[in-house]
Design a protein around this ligand. Sequence first.
Ligand code: NAD
Length: 295
Amino acid sequence: MAKVAFIGLGNMGGGMAANLVTAGHSVKAFDLNADAVKDAVSKGALGAERLADAVSGADTVVSMLPAGEHVRGVYGGEDGVFTHAAPGSILIDCSTIDVESARAVSAEATLNGFPMVDAPVSGGVAAAQGGTLTFMVGGSEEAFGKAEPILSVMGKTVIHAGDPGAGQAAKICNNMLLAITMIGTCEAFAMAEKLGLDQQTFFDISSKASGQSWSMTSYCPVPGVGPESPADRNYEPGFAAAMMLKDLKLAKTAATEAGASTPMGALAEALYQAYSIQGNDGKDFSGIINTLRAK
Ligand code: NAD
C-alpha cells in the first residue's frame, strides 16, 4: 500500500483522496483551506498543517490544484515538494494547467530525482467521488508505470498520452472540441425550433444521422430530450461554464505557443466569455443554448 501525500482537497481532490483511503492507502491531506483538511480527516485521511508534514514519509504525492501558478508554487516553491519529499517518490499532478507549466515542473522534478506525470482528468465531481474519472497521462514510461496503480484507484480509464505535458495537451484539445460541438449542437436545436421543427423529432433524426456527437446523445442541451442531463436540472452543473472557459483560455494559449490554427476554438472562447459576463459562471456549459434561443 502506498503512503500518499494529497495536496488540494477541493471539489475534485476531496473525493479522489477519499477513494485512496477506501482502497487501503495511507493518505496525509494538506490544503490551504483548513475545512477541506477537516473533511478529508472525517473520511479517514491524516491531516497535515504544513505541506512539509504531508510529504514527509510519503512515497507518492498527488495534487489537485486550481491552476499552473499553484502547481509551480506547491512543487518548486521555497518550501515545496521538491525540497521536502523523499527523492524517488512518484509525483502525480492531476490539476488542469497550461502545457508549459506542466513541462517546466516535470523538468524540474527530473533534475531533483523525482519521476513525475501530469494526469489531468475528464469527468466532474460525481466521477471524482465515484472513482470513475478518465486520466490522460504525460510522462516517461517509468513514471507512468509507477503512477498507474494509484490512478486506477481514482478512475476507470488511465491512458498514457505521451511525454511530459501530453496529458494536458490531450485534455485541452478534447475540451476545445467539446465546447465547439456543444455550441454547434445548441445552434442546431435553436434553429430547428425557429423553423418549427419539434425538438424531440430533431433529436431522433440527428442523433442517428451525421450531426450526432456526445454533446447531443449523452448530454443533450434541451430539457426533456435525450438521456437525463443538466438541462433537466435547470442547467445546474455538471461541468460549470467557468471551468469550460478556463480550459478554452488554456487551449488558446497552447495554440498560440504551438502555432496551431484554431479559429473555432477562439470563437467558442469568445462565446463562453460573453456567457460568463452575463453572470452564468455557475451554470452548466450546455446552458449556453439559452443565449441562442433568446435571440
Ligand atoms: P477547487 O477550487 O474546489 O479545489 C482546489 C483546492 O486547492 C482548494 O481547496 C484550495 O484551497 C487548494 N489550494 C490552492 N492552492 C493551494 C496550495 N498552494 N496548497 C494547498 N492547497 C491549495 O477546484 P476543483 O474543482 O477541485 O478543481 C481542481 C482542478 O481540477 C482544477 O485544475 C480544475 O480545472 C480541474 N477539474 C475540475 C473539474 C470540476 O468539475 N470541478 C473537472 C475536471 C477537472
